[in-house]
Design a protein around this ligand. Structure first.
Ligand SMILES: NC(=O)c1ccc[n+]([C@@H]2O[C@H](COP(=O)([O-])OP(=O)(O)OC[C@H]3O[C@@H](n4cnc5c(N)ncnc54)[C@H](O)[C@@H]3O)[C@@H](O)[C@H]2O)c1
Length: 321
């Protein structure tokens, strides 16, 4: 039995529910959205597919109906418009995420909370601090999708299946994200070894072009269709599977850091082992100086946005802060 609640049944939340249904990851899915009619519509539409999928009870409901969930996903809020960065959404979505968590607190029980709303690192920190939950139980989708995009782009350059490429993007799920080239492995070989036996002779330009394509991919998709939904839903569904099945799989989830990689008071993507506890363990590794400095810079960008949320809250509720 696994009950999953998705708060925010927009393009991401609804596609995630559909992905979970097809992949048979849940026995019950509750869709919570302030647009209740739309949420009911999505639930009915998906329920009509029950004949073709593993059994799952899908319904629209309230935060109270979410009680007893094994996992909550927060995918509510506004999304980027063309030429907007994820950080542009900070103020609006922090208010939405804070208010959801304040109202959800009585029903959270011992659930894990997976944050998807952008800017996801800032929202993960907001949800964690607002919820009062231990940090291992709150984490964000972070750069899991960026790492998948990185693998996809490398797989095309190297002409191998993305599943035979190991590559991580760490840091902010945003413009300051960090490509951990020092950790890239293709077919079990460090990238340098793999390249030595390849005739393509890729150099720094190819690396830059891979980074650019990964970094800009959300902008291109949003320009083309207005939103992103499939890649992120597959990524989040996979993370949910790792938690529900206690897989201890490694993802670049956004985790609240308390000294790991020398970073504090920030939520940021680093390799995390996900299992039944949520973030079972943060994998620490010695990074080359350049990547380590980039990670510090990325943490600074996210921390500044977290502080701007705190300041806004302080101005709005001087006593509460
Ligand atoms: N982390 C990632 O990799 C990633 C990828 C894609 C999108 N996103 C983010 O996910 C979020 C959702 O994107 P989308 O495309 O589904 O947007 P959307 O506009 O289609 O859906 C958002 C939904 O949230 C609902 N909502 C707003 N406030 C609410 C509240 N207080 N309670 C309940 N529901 C509320 C809206 O009614 C709407 O249905 C955005 O912030 C977007 O930037 C993150």
């Amino acid at each position: 039995m696994s009950k999953i609640t998705i708060v925010g049944a927009g393009d991401v939340g609804a596609t995630l529910a559909y992905t979970l249904q097809i992949e048979g990851r849940a026995t019950e899915i509750v869709l919570v959205d302030e647009r209740t009619v739309t949420a009911h519509g999505h639930a009915l539409d998906m329920n009509h597919g029950q004949f073709f999928t593993p059994p799952v009870r899908i319904r629209a409901g309230s935060l109270q109906d979410a009680a007893g969930s094994d996992l909550w996903v927060i995918a509510a809020g506004t999304r980027q418009r063309t030429r907007e960065t994820r950080l542009d959404l900070t103020r609006r979505n922090a208010e939405i995420c804070s208010s959801i968590v304040q109202r959800a607190r009585p029903w959270l029980g011992d659930a894990r909370v997976l944050v998807v709303s952008n800017p996801v690192d800032v929202m993960t920190y907001t949800v964690w601090s607002e919820s009062g939950l231990p940090r291992h139980r709150v984490f964000g989708s972070g750069t899991v999708l960026d790492s998948a995009r990185f693998r996809y782009e490398l797989s095309r350059w190297c002409d191998v299946d993305p599943r035979n490429v190991h590559a991580y993007v760490a840091g902010e799920h945003g413009d300051s994200e960090v490509f951990l080239w020092s950790r890239v492995h293709v077919a079990g070989n460090p990238l340098g070894d793999f390249c030595r036996h390849c005739r393509k002779n890729c150099g720094p330009q190819e690396r830059q072009s891979v980074e650019q394509r990964v970094r800009d991919s959300a902008y291109h998709i949003i320009e083309a269709k207005g939103y992103t939904n499939y890649g992120v839903s597959l990524a989040v569904s996979r993370m949910i599977g790792a938690v529900l099945r206690d897989e201890k799989s490694v993802f670049t989830a956004s985790a609240v850091l308390d000294g790991e990689y020398g970073l504090h008071e920030v939520s940021l993507s680093v390799p995390c082992v996900l299992g039944a506890a949520g973030v079972h363990r943060i994998v620490e590794t010695e990074l080359p100086a350049e990547e380590s400095q980039q990670l510090d810079r990325s943490a600074h960008v996210v921390r500044s946005a977290i502080h701007s949320v705190d300041e806004a809250r302080h101005r709005a509720h001087p006593r509460a802060a």
